[in-house]
Design a protein around this ligand. Structure first.
Ligand code: T1G
Length: 693
């Protein structure tokens, strides 16, 4: 049973015991009900304490059970809470570390609650696309008031228990040993006759509940247009205010059952698990020893090197920052300081924290200062010859066991590792610009990269709050390899009849943060141009429309030159469709001998997104990525794919691979159809009604 039961001085102690976070799975729920029954039938027991073993009181319903029969198998959480409320003996919830979702709802059913300081208290269901499904929308407003409760429910953000000490949620804050104090409290409560207080019987006091709820609903609806859950949170709370507890509870249940089936909730849960699954590498067991990383070094203080450095400063790790010239070093330090000053201005960082972080940097012009580093990351010029010099030098100065990482985004990590005598210590750490902001970190595993090196960098990634995804060695790893096919389709569609603003608008309506042409103008069209030139040399069979080269030949590199696919007013960033570029595109189609046609938004979205899906499928077939959710995490955290669609591979599953295959086959019949080579796994999965996830 995922619950332990003991009695201490006439108090029954029911301890949840379902690691890692005491998810309220079926066996835990049944264990609580059994414990209550044992306590009720034991005359020596006068009171009951419910607490959590391990690192949580309870992290809520067991989300691994969702959409399985177990999730709704009796005793449901509703039943458990009802049993707690009906107990003739007082029940005290002893809360520590984490009380979230169903865990908090369970505690709200108890007669009393005692919390240790530092516990994370939340109803985070909305972040999974659902809403509290076991009375949270009805009890929390009665416990801490309408406004505070609604705010916690709609945002899902945790609040530290001490901040709620006087909110009405807790009957006491533990000063010392939580369990001892809870047992003592329970014994004292039992001195008084029942019935014992129930949160559900409290009143919701608010001077103007109607007005507040209406205002909240309008605000929440405006801020969450792609997500149905937040508004339902407001509606469920409102139902309880307007129609009383029982009707409110019934309505909450209705909303929960509706939301848990929505594609948005499916996507959010997929992302929740995908984030955690990414840190698990199939052939690297969690017991793999890791190396101790206390001192980090970064080579190159440019945009990437500076951003990478900031990640470690933010995690409190000292960084030796190496440059070749004093002015480059000074410029790098100034940029880091400027970035932090911007955060101070926004009130996100205190001035003293800024100085403390800057003090963690040890600037240097000599490799010798790297010899103590445990992890060295180079972010130098993206050219193999330069990397060769750096890694040969590192091989000489770095201490044995130091991890040598390259931030390369396109070069072969195996070739880089071969520049050293320690290829097992070499790994790719591909950060995304701006490196101190973007969550995605592609960990590129060379064929010799040691398992302990991988386990170590995955741990470091969690420490610097990155979503790390392991990629094998191939051109572009996971993200850039997929984005290349996406861009090819975008350019082909210009040649065939679309215009930049139309393509961007269509894919932004689908949910991308930025369409391919606005994105290219932002990053610099010359970057894509350099990649295409390399492509023409190395892979002439990968045909590209030359329309983008025509643009670059006129020097229109995007925002940095004041003109690109779009025109830009001096000092402004808004992209203005350019008549000149549109005419150039039309002229190019003629030059290419392609009859322009009207291309609809649906075709634009399908060709862009299915290009990602198709390449993602090949990446999985080749084992470059080990699971479809890894591919989704790359696109959700690094390329602005809409979170409520769960990533390209989950989106393909949602559309149905049968339909994806038919669409791709349709596009292979078009003028640039040879850009499509359908991935065999899509055909196989479609044939058997399978899915990627
Ligand atoms: N169910 C099952 N497993 C869970 C879980 C949960 N609720 N929460 C976390 N895990 C797993 C997670 O997958 C990982 O597994 C391990 O625990 C450690 O997680 C009726 C219906 C609790 C703050 O949304 O926010 O209640 O990878 O790495 O950083 O109204 O996990 O080790 O195998 O995140 O210390 C609402 C979600 C559910 C809380 C701990 N509850 N969890 O953070 O560790 S819906 C949540 C978290 C609900 C009711 C409704 C965090 C954490 P593995 P971790 P952490």
């Amino acid at each position: 049973m995922a619950v332990d039961y003991t009695t201490r001085d006439g108090v029954a102690v029911i301890t949840l015991n379902n690691p890692p976070v005491n998810g309220l799975g079926h066996s835990t729920r049944a264990g609580i009900v059994d414990g209550l029954a044992r306590a009720a039938s034991d005359a020596a027991v006068t009171a009951i304490v419910i607490t959590g073993g391990g690192k949580a009181f309870s992290g809520g319903a067991d989300i691994t059970e969702f959409n399985t029969p177990k999730a709704t198998q009796e005793p449901t959480l509703h039943t458990v809470i009802k049993e707690v409320e009906k107990s003739a003996k007082p029940v005290v919830a002893a809360i520590h570390s984490v009380a979230m979702g169903g865990g908090l709802e369970l505690a709200l059913g108890a007669h009393y609650r005692i919390a240790a300081p530092g516990a994370q208290i939340a109803l985070p269901e909305v972040k999974l696309g659902i809403l509290p499904g076991a009375g949270g929308t009805q009890r929390l407003p009665r416990a801490i008031g309408l406004e505070a409760a609604l705010n916690m429910i709609v945002t899902g953000v945790p609040v530290l228990s001490e901040k709620l000490a006087n909110s009405g949620l807790f009957d006491a804050m533990a000063q010392g040993d939580l369990l001892e104090e809870a047992i003592a409290f329970a014994r004292k409560a039992a001195d008084k006759p029942g019935p014992y207080p129930l949160v559900r019987n409290r009143k919701i006091e608010h001077p103007n509940a109607e007005g507040f709820l209406q205002f909240s609903r309008n605000t929440v609806a405006a801020m969450s247009k792609h997500y149905p859950a937040p508004v339902k949170c407001v509606d469920a709370v409102a139902a309880g205010v307007q129609q009383g507890f029982d009707k409110g509870l019934a309505y909450e249940r209705e909303c929960f059952l509706e939301l848990v089936q929505t594609p948005e909730s499916h996507a959010l849960r997929h992302a929740f698990f995908g984030e955690r699954a990414a840190s698990k590498i199939p052939d690297v067991p969690s017991s793999t020893p890791t190396r101790d990383i206390q001192k980090v070094a970064v080579i190159g203080a440019g945009t990437m090197g500076g951003g990478i450095t900031m990640n470690f400063l933010n995690a409190g790790l000292p960084v030796t920052l190496l440059e070749t010239k004093p002015e480059a070093l000074d410029r790098g330090l100034a940029t880091i300081r400027k970035n932090y000053e911007a955060q101070v201005k926004k009130g996100k960082l205190s001035a003293e924290k800024l100085e403390a972080r800057m003090a963690l940097i040890r600037p240097t012009l000599t490799y010798d200062d790297l010899k103590e580093a445990d992890l060295i990351i180079e972010a130098v010029f993206e050219e193999l010859g330069v990397k060769e010099q750096v890694f040969k030098r590192l091989d000489e100065v770095a201490k044995p066991g130091a991890i040598l990482a390259s931030n390369t985004s396109t070069l072969d990590v195996d070739k880089i590792a071969a520049f050293t005598k320690r290829p097992q210590d070499v790994v790719g750490l591909h950060f995304f610009s701006p490196a101190n902001v973007m969550k995605l970190l592609e960990v590129v595993r060379g064929k010799e990269t040691g398992k302990d090196v991988l386990a170590t960098v995955m741990q470091v990634a969690k420490k610097i709050r990155k979503t790390a995804v392991v990629s094998g060695v191939c051109d572009g790893f996971i993200g850039n390899r997929m984005v290349e096919q996406y861009i090819r389709q975008a350019l082909n569609m210009l040649e065939e009849g679309a215009l930049p603003a139309q393509v961007d608008r269509a894919i932004e309506k689908f949910g991308f943060a930025m369409g391919p042409f606005r994105m290219s103008d932002l990053a610099g069209n010359d970057i894509g141009w350099a990649i295409r030139k390399r492509r023409y040399q190395e892979q002439p069979d990968m045909k590209y429309s030359k329309v983008a080269d025509r643009l670059c030949e006129t020097g229109r590199f995007g925002q940095k030159t004041g003109a690109g696919w779009y025109d830009y007013k001096a000092g402004e960033r808004s992209a203005l469709p350019s008549k000149l570029v549109d005419e150039m595109i039309v002229a190019y189609s003629k030059e290419a001998g392609v009859e322009r046609r009207k291309i609809g938004d649906e075709e634009i979205v399908e060709r862009l997104v299915f290009a990602l899906v198709n390449e993602g499928a090949k990446i999985l077939e080749e084992g470059i990525a080990s699971k479809a959710s890894d591919v989704d995490m790359v696109y959700l955290t690094g390329y602005g794919f809409p979170l409520w669609r769960g990533g390209p591979m989950l989106y393909a599953d949602t559309v149905g691979l049968y339909n994806v295959e038919r669409a791709i086959r349709r596009y292979t019949q078009q003028p640039n159809g040879d850009a499509w080579e359908i991935a065999p796994s899509i055909v196989e999965l479609a044939a058997k009604g399978g899915t990627f996830n």
